[in-house]
Write a protein that binds this ligand. Structure first.
Ligand SMILES: *[C@@H]1O[C@H](CO)[C@@H](O)[C@H](O)[C@H]1NC(C)=O
Ligand SMILES: *[C@@H]1O[C@H](CO)[C@@H](O)[C@H](O)[C@H]1NC(C)=O
Ligand SMILES: *[C@@H]1O[C@H](CO)[C@@H](O)[C@H](O)[C@H]1NC(C)=O
Ligand SMILES: *[C@@H]1O[C@H](CO)[C@@H](O)[C@H](O)[C@H]1NC(C)=O
Ligand SMILES: *[C@@H]1O[C@H](CO)[C@@H](O)[C@H](O)[C@H]1NC(C)=O
Ligand SMILES: *[C@@H]1O[C@H](CO)[C@@H](O)[C@H](O)[C@H]1NC(C)=O
Ligand SMILES: *[C@@H]1O[C@H](CO)[C@@H](O)[C@H](O)[C@H]1NC(C)=O
Length: 508
């Protein structure tokens, strides 16, 4: 897919469009400037920087960290492809923008912590008319309402996802020893905090529950531990990631609604996939192999479950998989799971496995790639609405994207909470093109309403876009390019597996 080259470049641009703080001069977005330079000042902490989440000006720590984990994962697997496109430095810079911010959200120089800043800005509840990031419609540069910062003292899901992000990024930056070590140290402190002080972060930051409810932290324990292990080679983390009880708590063997679906809330599938890679390529043996073999079996089944013929998930008449069961904003789920399918096909290639089992059948890995490509092509315009859901790509794409910065003319002030409503509510196209942004997507009958007010159709998110970038890079450059087999394991020691203990003596 030659188009990915240009497209993925655009997509990175769309992440810069959501950069907060003092933007680098070369950010290339003419309509963006410095913003939110006082974030955290009410609480006497420096929380300047990072990314706004979506069409609003909130910095949500939980999906924000996931964004960085996914981008880092894609770079670890596909750095050669990024480099061939001339985009490697670019994507690394974007990751660093996120990790630099994350390092400000906890005491990264302390041996242990009891607090993390998990959010800046307020969503409120729908209908709330106090000036906040959802009620007001102002460019980030013009914000003149108070921005609260929210901390939490028991937030296992958030802290473990942040640990995953910093750990994965430490592998991306392994050639910059000082920075990489700083990331590993930060991740270590965060992961210990996640384990020691149990809780879902939305209990401490209820404002996030309406928008980014986390349903549990056991998945982040496995996911975070996997990345901690890859970043450090410390087997304590591998033990944790392969602990039967934790796998059980995370629901690893299925039977629940979102089983198999990878997204900003549910990391279990990502963990199963990446640990299956580890199992197949490193053969760590006893005592890890039982649970790793289980993850492998589960991953194989999950890959089968993505395919329309098995009818685990519905497909719209136009061919889009309903990974979120027909609810609004489907494309971020489509992109995330297309990424995993394409990646798993590459894992099969890297282990010289031409097929994988779906019950009685063995399916060629091409089936997975074709599936992933069909889903990404749907996003790019191969759909009944003949609409590309990536702004700026092809002839028809959303022109009334739900995004404050893009919808308000630059140079004009939108100061005053509701001053910008005229820009939000006009039928005119956005004055600023959010090039490369994938929007929320169509409804479950393939219909799309290009209405700015309706975030269910027209709002892009950084987490969804990171998944799209990952899927695009996985699918680009021909089927034989594949993953970088070794970089992810650079800190992992070789295994000389112990023999398992002898079985207990037989007795009748
Ligand atoms: C950013 O701007 C520079 C200089 O104008 C240009 O060479 C580069 O291609 C641009 N990058 C993107 C991602 O648009
Ligand atoms: C961070 O931790 C270090 C080491 O424990 C301590 O000296 C410093 O005061 C802490 N910083 C803040 C802002 O609490
Ligand atoms: C958030 O998730 C928890 C745990 O699954 C659930 O009990 C709660 O109802 C959810 N909150 C919302 C607003 O959906
Ligand atoms: C491995 O990680 C655990 C948990 O953080 C830590 O207690 C232990 O000291 C680490 N081991 C090594 C060899 O660094
Ligand atoms: C995984 O699947 C294989 C083949 O079906 C089976 O022999 C094995 O017992 C399974 N292992 C686990 C841990 O589920
Ligand atoms: C698929 O669609 C049918 C008909 O709308 C619905 O009853 C069923 O619950 C859906 N199944 C899934 C897995 O989404
Ligand atoms: C978006 O979708 C949700 C869930 O279906 C619905 O409750 C909400 O009213 C929709 N919002 C708009 C603006 O249509």
């Amino acid at each position: 897919m030659a188009v990915c080259l240009t497209l993925s470049m655009f997509t990175y641009c769309s992440v810069w469009t959501n950069g907060a703080g003092r933007l680098p001069r070369h950010n290339n977005i003419s309509w963006r400037g410095n913003s939110a330079l006082k974030d955290g000042s009410l609480q006497s902490v420096d929380l300047v920087g990072g990314y706004y989440d979506a069409g609003d000006n909130i910095k949500f720590g939980f999906p924000g960290a996931f964004t960085i984990t996914v981008l880092s994962w894609s770079v670890i697997e596909y750095s050669a492809k990024y480099a061939a496109m001339g985009e490697l430095d670019h994507v690394k810079e974007l990751i660093k923008w996120g990790t630099d911010y994350m390092l400000k959200t906890f005491n990264a120089s302390a041996p242990s912590i009891d607090l993390v800043w998990g959010q800046v800005g307020t969503g409120g509840i729908p209908g709330d008319t106090t000036p906040n990031d959802h009620y007001c419609w102002e460019r980030p540069e013009d914000m003149d309402y108070e921005r609260a910062a929210y901390s939490c003292g028991a937030c296992s899901d958030l802290a473990a996802e942040m640990a995953a992000a910093l750990a994965a990024a430490s592998i991306v930056f392994k050639d910059n020893r000082a920075y990489s070590l700083k990331l590993v140290d930060g991740a270590t402190v965060l992961f210990a905090f996640a384990r020691d002080r149990r809780g879902r972060y939305v209990k401490a930051i209820p404002d996030a529950e309406t928008y980014y409810n986390s349903t549990g932290y056991w998945d982040e324990f496995i996911w975070g531990a996997a990345w901690m292990y890859f970043a450090t080679g410390n087997s304590t983390y591998l033990k944790l990631a392969t602990t039967e009880g934790i796998a059980k708590h995370a629901g690893a063997s299925g039977g629940w609604k979102f089983y198999g679906v990878f997204d900003w809330d549910n990391k279990l599938t990502g963990a199963q996939v990446v640990l299956t890679r580890f199992f197949k390529m490193m053969s760590p043996g006893f005592p890890y192999e039982n649970v790793l073999n289980q993850y492998k079996n589960e991953t194989e089944l999950i890959m089968c479950s993505y395919l329309p013929q098995y009818k685990v998930f519905n497909q719209t008449a136009g061919g889009m998989m309903e990974f979120n069961y027909g609810a609004p904003q489907p494309l971020q789920y489509v992109a995330a799971n297309a990424f995993l399918a394409a990646l798993y096909a590459d894992y099969l290639s890297a282990t010289s496995a031409p097929v994988w089992p779906c019950g009685p059948n063995f399916l060629p890995k091409k089936v997975l790639r074709d599936f992933a490509r069909s889903q990404i092509n749907y996003i790019l315009g191969d759909n009944p609405a003949k609409m590309s859901y990536v702004v700026g790509y092809r002839k028809r794409y959303p022109i009334r994207v739900h995004h404050r910065g893009a919808s308000i003319p630059r140079g004009r002030t939108s100061r005053g909470c509701t001053t910008g409503y005229k820009y939000r509510d006009t039928k005119s196209p956005n004055p600023n093109l959010l090039v490369g942004a994938m929007v929320a997507g169509p409804d479950n009958r393939d219909r799309f309403a290009d209405i700015r007010y309706n975030y269910n159709f027209t709002e892009p998110t950084i987490a969804g876009n990171a998944c799209l970038v990952a899927a695009l890079v996985a699918l680009s450059g021909g089927d034989d390019k594949g993953v970088d087999p070794n970089t992810i394991f650079s800190a992992v020691p070789a295994f000389f597996p112990n023999s398992p203990p002898p079985p207990a003596p037989w007795r009748p």
